[in-house]
Structure formats: structure tokens, C-alpha cells
Design a protein around this ligand. Sequence first.
Ligand SMILES: [Zn+2]
Length: 250
Amino acid sequence: MFKGFPGLDKARTFRPKRNHRVGTKRYELHKYAQATLGTGNLHEAVTLPEGEDQHEWLAVNTVDFFNEINLLYGVIAEFCTEAACPVMCAGPKYEYMWADGLTVKKPMAVSAPRYVDFLMTWVQNQLDDEKLFPTQIGVPFPPDFVERVQNIFKRLFRVYAHIYYCHFDKMHELGAEPHLNTCFKHYMYFVYEFNLIPKREELAPLQELIDKLLERDVEAFGQREGGPANFPHCGDASDRGSMAQSPTAP
Ligand SMILES: [Zn+2]
């Protein structure tokens, strides 16, 4: 697991990778996360290490997931063009509009490549802002830190949704499908562990896939400790798809 696939090395990274500075707590946690991932048990890989600060853990993982999604999108970026993907969507039912609440207040319809570009720039600017994602020891996290992280995870999820709906064949053709699934599964474990996408309807476009990927893990690793409380209920279809019929709020 997590061997990646050969194509990824050659893939153009959509954005320059964000690095954790060597010698910092952040770097140690990053290394720890990488090492735990190697065991293949994703539940363990996402759990807050004993005695560690949850905000630090969220920060490290936000950077790592951002890098990962960047790399995955980079694999298909040349196929995700204005012409091929004039709308940022996940199939015909889900369309996403862009607004960042600062420079763009009114949600606007944009092509998928523009949406992803806006989104990645928006995330990157926050990661680079010492006031929002402090890396210095003793500098506090902002009071709205968790909300910010939730917002980032909600929006990054849409890149997965777009890749699965619109570029899955290409991913498959390139041999990247298993890697895509593993990355996405890891992402969802983390999302559930820290309740980073509280609005269940946001997950609707990929809910079936999520259920399937997690089911396989229950078979492989057994039921999670304390039951599947954090996992979405597989049969809970009540709130699926309803809000997402119309363009989803940014
Ligand atoms: Zn596309």
C-alpha cells in the first residue's frame, strides 16, 4: 500500500509542494504520519498521536493532503481543460461555484480548471500565512482554525469528486486508479476522524464509493474500535443528493 505508481513521478505537480521545515515539530509529525501510513492501517494513520496537539496534527495533515491532491490532479491536469470541463462538476447532478468570501463574494460559475486553480491558490495562501497556520513554536493558532480547516477539506473533497466523475477513465488508463482510491480513502478516514465535513450532503457525490471503500477495510481490519460511529451510516440515504441538485454553496 502507498507505493504510489510510476506515473506520479513524472506527473507535473500542479503547484509547488509545500514542505515542512526540517527540525520542527511539524516535520516530526509529518514523518510520523508517513511511517504510520506504511502499515496500511488507515485508522491508525489518522489517529492523533498520544500527547500531541490536535491543531498541530490538523495543520500537518492539511499540508500533506493538499500536496497529495495537487499531485493527483497534476496527473490529469492536461486533460482537465476549459473545453473538456467547462463546468466544475461531479457528474450532471453536482455543480460547484466559486467564491472565497473575500475577493469573490458572489458565487460564480467557472470551469473546472479555473475552479481548481482558484481553490489551490486559496488554500496555499492560507498555508503560507503564519497567522493562520503558524509554524513557530509558541505562536497560537487562530480561534477559527478548525472552521478554516473544515472549509479547506470541504473544498478539496470537490477535486476528488471531479476527478472521479470526469477523469476516472484517464486515471484508470494511466494505472493511477489504485493510488487514487488509497489517497481518497485516507482522506475520508481523516475527515471522519475529526469531523471535517460536518454537512453530510457535501459527501453525497461520492457516498457510495466511500461506503464501498470503507466496507472493504472492515473486512480487512475488522470493525473500528467503538463501532462505526464516526463513519457515515451506509444505509442513510435520506439526505443524499437533495441540496446538491442545485449549485452547491461555496
Ligand atoms: Zn476536469
